[in-house]
Design a protein around this ligand. Structure first.
Ligand SMILES: Cc1cc2nc3c(=O)[nH]c(=O)nc-3n(C[C@H](O)[C@H](O)[C@H](O)COP(=O)(O)OP(=O)(O)OC[C@H]3O[C@@H](n4cnc5c(N)ncnc54)[C@H](O)[C@@H]3O)c2cc1C
Ligand SMILES: NC(=O)c1ccc[n+]([C@@H]2O[C@H](COP(=O)([O-])OP(=O)(O)OC[C@H]3O[C@@H](n4cnc5c(N)ncnc54)[C@H](OP(=O)(O)O)[C@@H]3O)[C@@H](O)[C@H]2O)c1
Length: 540
């Protein structure tokens, strides 16, 4: 595919204006966007440039020009560690550095994609610095640091009571305007003996007016575990019915604030309430240092235990915590096939630290704490560039190990409901064939009925050797290449950190080997598939 070269950006900023070369380049790009290219080529005065810049800083002018930098966002890789991303963005305009601080998953959990969240922070239309769920504490800490460049003053992290005003959306269409749906049921997808705990979840949308299309995700507002809340109340030495803004302390701890991990503000609060070595430790923890080598294990309860006897006022304590964020899950059902229902495929996160079982808040909420009939706050998160081909005759190749299979179950149900004639090929993999073959009966029946043209399985713990989906892809590389030649769309879903990258590398090797291309041409071929919307990823 040929690319049209971009015209050079004209110079609006006089060489004498007091900007660094990077700032000048960026401002030129910005003004080109603001004024409209290419007619207005007259350089603006330093004074006018200053006024425009001030307007921009006040959020009066949208930062549309940030796109003009067209730097390809080389940090936009979820597998790249934060320090490396920040290094790549070093010297770039602030919106780009803000973007590099995000987890780069474009997962939508913050209500934006990474670039739009960064631009919204820069324009100050969004003030919450702690919305990047996959980026966690490191991302919000980096954003806070960068935000000081924008403000000249330390930015306050938004406590629940300070959250930015909700952006308007139809009910149930964004995290800012959730609706109540009814939890129907959960069914364990692994057989006894599995190391995993994965649940098929059904939710009733009756009374919500919600619908969705396959590829969309579903947002859930969870509640913290009752026993964890009790332990925090005990460590705090505060009564559960202590009043906080019209609610009780227990209620706010249950569904208002995150109890893992401990935010910097909590360490800061503790540093004010203690002295000596303990105060120094709390201060160091508050700026991201790790004086005792245990910072990664410090959720809110562990922090209270680390500083025994420190008894913050419950109100100040709550203000020091982060708001409890919703989590999103790939929808594993088709609305067309099951109107009024939504299904999810949820891996329950539980792990041990210091002999205490830590719970992933939302996955264990769905996997255990709610009961059929309970109301839960939900919303539909529209997919960005993750959808079935518009032409139902196009073949599709779906690569979804573990919970990554979720949207592909939805795709298959949709293709059946619409009697789409296109061929369907699913690569599924997990630990053990005996225990972890999710939706086995369904997929086997789909295979027998011809809906699933091919089903390729990879079991990583059945034998001595790890077999992953990408190993199976390589084994059938010639067929995979032939499907691609027939116009197939290819999809990957699941783990962003390792699997997605390995699958993409395998695809590049297959294209090189069976498509007779050099490695560089194979990479370019994949880039073209992506730009044509024929290679799409939903990774987390
Ligand atoms: C677009 C999208 C689609 C998704 N689809 C699905 C899906 O279909 N199914 C699914 O199950 N999930 C899916 N997820 C992930 C999901 O949103 C949640 O991130 C996941 O359920 C964990 O959330 P939690 O609240 O249970 O855990 P949290 O309370 O957020 O805890 C998770 C955190 O615990 C820590 N942690 C986890 N394991 C360990 C360990 N062994 N040791 C130390 N620390 C650990 C990590 O810091 C991790 O980030 C999706 C995410 C996105 C963005
Ligand atoms: N943010 C969160 O807290 C959260 C919550 C849930 C899941 N996740 C992540 O989301 C992903 C999905 O989890 P899951 O339970 O559905 O399944 P998973 O842990 O990804 O495992 C699914 C299968 O993928 C295999 N696998 C491991 N590394 C791989 C690689 N590089 N390439 C290809 N396959 C690989 C696993 O094998 P082995 O394990 O035998 O190596 C297993 O057979 C996981 O990465 C998990 O960490 C994150």
């Amino acid at each position: 595919m040929s690319m049209t070269p971009r015209p050079p950006i004209p110079s609006f900023i006089p060489e004498t204006a007091p900007f660094t070369p990077e700032q000048r380049t960026w401002l030129n790009g910005l003004f080109a966007g603001v004024f409209g290219l290419p007619e207005s080529l007259t350089p603006v005065s330093t004074e006018d440039a200053g006024k425009l810049l001030a307007g921009l800083m006040d959020g009066a002018v949208a930062p549309a020009g940030t796109e003009e930098t067209d730097d390809g966002a080389p940090w936009h890789d979820p597998a790249m560690p934060l320090p490396e991303r920040m290094k790549l963005a070093d010297g770039r305009p602030l919106p780009r550095r803000l973007m590099a601080a995000m987890a780069q998953q474009d997962c939508g959990q913050c209500g934006y994609n990474c670039k739009d969240y960064a631009d919204a922070l820069f324009a100050k239309s969004e003030k919450r610095l702690n919305l990047c769920v996959p980026g966690g504490r490191d991302a919000s800490r980096m954003l806070k640091q960068l935000y000081q460049d924008l403000d000249g003053a330390p930015a306050a992290e938004a406590a629940p009571s300070q959250a930015a005003p909700a952006r308007v959306s139809a009910p149930g269409r964004s995290r800012d305007n959730p609706v109540y749906a009814t939890f129907l049921s959960r069914r364990r997808l692994n057989k006894p003996g599995s190391e995993k705990e994965t649940w098929h979840i059904d939710i009733d949308l009756a009374g919500t007016d919600l619908d969705y299309i396959v590829g969309d995700s579903f947002g859930i507002f969870p509640a913290n575990d009752h026993d964890l809340v009790t332990a925090v109340l005990e460590a705090l030495g505060a009564p559960p019915d202590f009043p906080i803004g019209g609610r009780t302390l227990r209620e706010v701890l249950t569904d208002g604030v995150a109890l893992s991990p401990a935010p910097d503000m909590l360490f800061e609060l503790i540093s004010y309430l203690t002295g000596g070595e303990r105060r120094q430790k709390a201060k160091r923890l508050a700026v991201g240092e790790d004086p005792d080598g245990d910072a990664a294990t410090l959720d809110v309860l562990a922090t209270l235990h680390k500083f025994p006897g420190v008894r913050p006022d419950p109100e100040a304590f709550i203000e020091a915590l982060d708001p409890l964020q919703p989590r999103v899950y790939s929808i594993s059902s088709s609305f067309r096939r099951n109107p009024g229902r939504v299904s999810l495929t949820v891996d329950a996160v539980r792990y041990e630290i210091d002999e205490r079982t830590r719970l992933g808040v939302c996955s264990t909420f769905l996997g255990g704490r709610i009961a059929p009939g309970d109301k839960i706050r939900v919303y539909v998160q529209k997919a960005q560039h993750f959808a079935l081909p518009a032409d139902p005759a196009k073949p599709i190749i779906m690569i979804g190990p573990g919970t990554g299979v979720a949207p592909f179950r939805a795709f298959l149900h949709e293709r059946r409901a619409t009697t789409a004639p296109g061929r369907n090929w699913l690569f599924f993999g997990h630990q053990r064939s005996d225990y972890d073959f999710f939706y086995e009966e369904e997929f086997v029946a789909m295979r027998a009925a011809g809906l699933l043209t091919r089903l390729t399985l990879a079991w990583s713990r059945d034998g001595d050797e790890k077999i992953y989906v990408q190993h199976r892809m390589r084994e059938v590389g010639a067929d995979l290449w032939s499907w691609l030649n027939d116009g197939a769309h290819i999809y990957v879903c699941g783990d962003a950190l390792r699997m997605a990258k390995d699958v993409e590398n395998a695809l590049a090797d297959i294209i090189a080997k069976h498509g007779g291309r050099s490695p560089a041409e194979a990479v370019k071929f994949i880039a073209e598939l992506k730009s044509q919307g024929r290679f799409q990823a939903d990774v987390y």
